[in-house]
Design a protein around this ligand. Structure first.
Ligand code: ATP
Ligand code: LTN
Length: 330
């Protein structure tokens, strides 16, 4: 029997992934390779929905590709591609956008947030239709599960609605996918403001995997906690301490309960220091792997092209089925 298919993507919009990306999504990408048939990609087409610098985008795409390999995505086991190298994503998006209501697109909260940040009048149509491209990404590969962080749940709901709508109107073509969200790490919080999600747009509380080790150590040292002294897990009353426990648990492999026991009677400073240590022991070898991969850019480009070729085979089959159903000339 064939394995269920998993698909996910990440945007090449920064020089480094952060630990929110890693724990919320990428760690699951790596783990799922053993049990699923995986397709992963760099969402460079999504990255141009806001203004971008062409050279920076190309560099970050290559760099993100290397980071995914360094995290453990195996390009033999999984298909690892760059979105713009597989034209079927844009082809399917057009069809999906004709099935999406304007009101439906307008309700997407990520669009509203991002548009509000840049001023709604200057937001592009691409930013509005971004979730439709995301739906096309997923449906193109007939994915069963999509590992993402909590912030992507609404986009997954739209994807499911569109799949059901298409299948109902034209006949079954699409697998209806499920979001795969790991509750414990679905939302890693900002170290400076533990009530907001860690995000590259707030650099002071964001731990980048490629930051100098000293910077990361300092960020943990100055993490915001609370005015109590007891180390316990309570996301509402103690968001800072709970976030540190979540991060520590994810990198050390110890459960939050075990950690709370181990830290009984100890100080917040100890928790910060030891959390930095477990994070750094992951980050250091990771940084070396990334640096090594980036020494051979042409090898990375070859891997990208191979990934695209394998993806196109699957994607074209879906496009053929869709075109046949909607009445395009044969
Ligand atoms: P930004 O940093 O601007 O908020 P982003 O980090 O969310 O953007 P994306 O490419 O949109 O960048 O995210 C990649 C993946 O990481 C997504 O699956 C997203 O859900 C997940 N993710 C991002 N931030 C976090 C976080 N703080 N906690 C858990 N998962 C996260
Ligand atoms: N919108 C996602 C990136 C993304 C994605 C996808 C995730 C684009 N296409 C398909 C899962 C499946 C984000 O911003 N994290």
């Amino acid at each position: 029997m064939s394995k269920p298919r998993v698909l996910s993507g990440i945007q090449p919009t920064s020089d480094s992934f952060h630990i929110g990306n890693h724990l919320g999504a990428l760690k699951n990408w790596v783990a799922m390779q053993d049990t699923h048939d995986c397709v992963y990609f760099i969402a460079d087409m999504h990255a141009i929905t806001v203004e971008q610098d062409p050279k920076l985008l190309r560099d970050r795409t290559l760099n993100s590709y290397a980071q995914l390999l360094a995290l453990g995505i195996d390009s033999k086991k999984s298909i690892l591609l760059v979105q713009s190298q597989v034209p079927q994503h844009a082809q399917l998006m057009w069809i999906m956008s004709c099935l999406t209501g304007i009101g439906e697109a307008n309700r997407m909260t990520q669009f509203k947030d991002k548009a509000a940040k840049g001023g709604t009048s200057s937001a592009s149509v691409g930013l509005l239709t971004y979730p439709i491209l995301q739906a096309a990404d997923i449906l193109l590969y007939q994915a069963n599960a999509v590992p993402v962080g909590e912030d992507q749940r609404q986009h997954l709901e739209l994807t499911r609605d569109l799949a059901i709508r298409f299948n109902g109107r034209f006949g079954d073509v699409f697998t209806v996918p499920q979001a795969f969200i790991v509750k414990e790490t679905a939302k890693i919080m900002d170290l400076q403001d533990p009530t907001s999600k860690m995000s590259k747009s707030a650099p002071s509380g964001c731990v980048n995997l490629l930051d100098p080790l000293k910077t990361t150590e300092k960020k943990f040292k100055s993490a915001v906690t609370d005015s109590e002294t007891k180390i316990r897990f309570d996301q509402t009353k103690k968001p800072g301490v709970s976030n540190l426990l979540t991060i520590n648990s994810a990198y050390s492999g110890q459960s939050v309960e075990q950690l709370v026991k181990a830290f009984e009677g100890r100080m917040y400073g100890d928790l910060k220091k030891e959390t930095a240590e477990v994070v750094l022991s992951f980050i250091e070898p990771y940084q070396n792997r990334v640096a090594e991969l980036l020494t051979d850019k042409s090898e990375l480009e070859t891997l990208m092209h191979n990934g695209a070729d394998r993806a196109i085979e699957i994607a074209q089959e879906t496009i053929n089925a869709v075109y046949a159903k909607i009445g395009f000339a044969l």
